[in-house]
Design a protein around this ligand. Structure first.
Ligand SMILES: *Cc1c(COP(=O)(O)O)cnc(C)c1O
Length: 335
């Protein structure tokens, strides 16, 4: 199958599985799994932070970060389109007693500075306490401009807010911008990074930040049920991905550009955006279901219903992109 639904669908390669089976393990709840420690330190070092903490998912890593920054009755300022607001089941409110203060993302994914200023509450018993600004990079595949990130995080600091980056795909951002990942993470107090997206590990996210913040997040991870035992087995896959899969992200980005180019030449389809490994396309609603079925019969998995998004990753080759484009052309030739 050619699976364009997400970059979460990658399968562990043989050498990755070999690294997993050779992993030295301990009991990570006791803090003595050497492979987990190695992964946490590796990502802390790359991102220029004091400490890291391994999580089973990015959702849990983001939530533990929000809970480490914000207490009950505090609020975080976040984009309407942000994963930490829209796609995490309302966890911050449900489990953290943290009020989200969502604001509309600009088309480039940023949160306009004047809207951030407008959302920060004065200190007054009527209001939740504004504690945190949360950004996402990449967002919808798009890179946040470095100057924007500098300005937004500076504004947050001046207003006494901490800053968190949902950096699920921050390595895509680093590769696309040609900057070391540490430059993109430097302005933030904490960053959550997914190893299970384009990096190609089967499971695993890492939260990085100051030692004191990570200590608090460590307690919340236990409360959230995220304390794992011989987790070195999966940390080894993440370490393998960091060592071997970062440069390959550039290929995913080139494949996404090729996919967008191919789709744009088909009558009836227009490209909404293409950035890094994601393509958003406008496909007439009447065609979404039949086209998805047509492609599935030809061994291609897509999801066009709630957003026509196509995602490239290391298990999709350049030839697969051409196969996909030809299949879409074939469909539109029949109607
Ligand atoms: C995937 C993703 C996460 C976390 O997802 P999990 O599936 O819980 O690992 C967080 N933020 C963004 C932007 C993501 O794409």
């Amino acid at each position: 199958m050619i699976d364009l639904r997400s970059d979460t669908v990658t399968r562990p390669s043989k050498p990755m599985l070999a690294a997993m089976s050779a992993a030295e393990t301990g009991d990570d709840v006791w803090g003595d799994d050497p492979t987990v420690i190695r992964l946490q330190n590796a990502l802390a070092e790359r991102t220029g932070k004091e400490a890291g903490l391994f999580f089973p998912s990015g959702t849990q890593s983001n939530l533990a970060a929000l809970m480490a920054h914000c207490a009950r009755g505090d609020e975080y300022i976040v984009g309407q389109a942000a994963h930490t607001y829209k796609y995490e089941g309302g966890g911050a409110a449900v489990l953290g007693s943290i009020q989200p203060q969502p604001i509309e993302n600009a088309p480039d994914g940023s949160l306009p500075l004047e809207k951030i200023i407008g959302a920060i509450k004065p200190i007054d018993d009527h209001f939740a306490r504004s504690r945190l600004l949360t950004l996402e990079n990449t967002i919808g595949g798009k890179l946040l401009l470095e100057e924007y990130v500098q300005a937004a995080t500076k504004l947050a600091r001046e207003c006494g807010l901490a800053t968190h980056l949902d950096g699920a795909r921050v390595f895509n951002a680093a590769v696309a911008s040609g900057k070391p990942v540490g430059e993109l993470t430097a302005p933030f107090d904490s960053i959550s990074i997914c190893c299970s997206k384009g990096l190609g590990a089967p499971i695993g996210s890492v939260l990085v930040g100051s030692r004191s913040l990570i200590e608090v997040a460590h307690r919340w991870r236990k409360v959230l049920g995220g304390g794992m035992r011989q987790a070195g087995v999966i940390a080894a896959a993440c370490l393998y991905a960091l060592d071997h899969h970062i440069e390959g992200l550039a290929e995913d980005h080139a494949n996404a550009a090729r996919l967008a180019e191919g789709l744009s030449q088909i009558d009836g389809i227009s490209i909404q955006s293409q950035a890094t490994n994601m393509v958003f396309a406008r496909i007439p609603e009447a065609h979404c279901v039949p086209l998805e079925a047509w492609l599935k019969e030809r061994g291609i998995l897509t999801q066009m219903l709630y957003a026509s998004r196509f995602v490239t990753h290391r298990d999709v080759s350049r030839a697969d992109i051409d196969t996909f484009i030809d299949a879409v052309k074939g469909y539109f030739a029949t109607i």
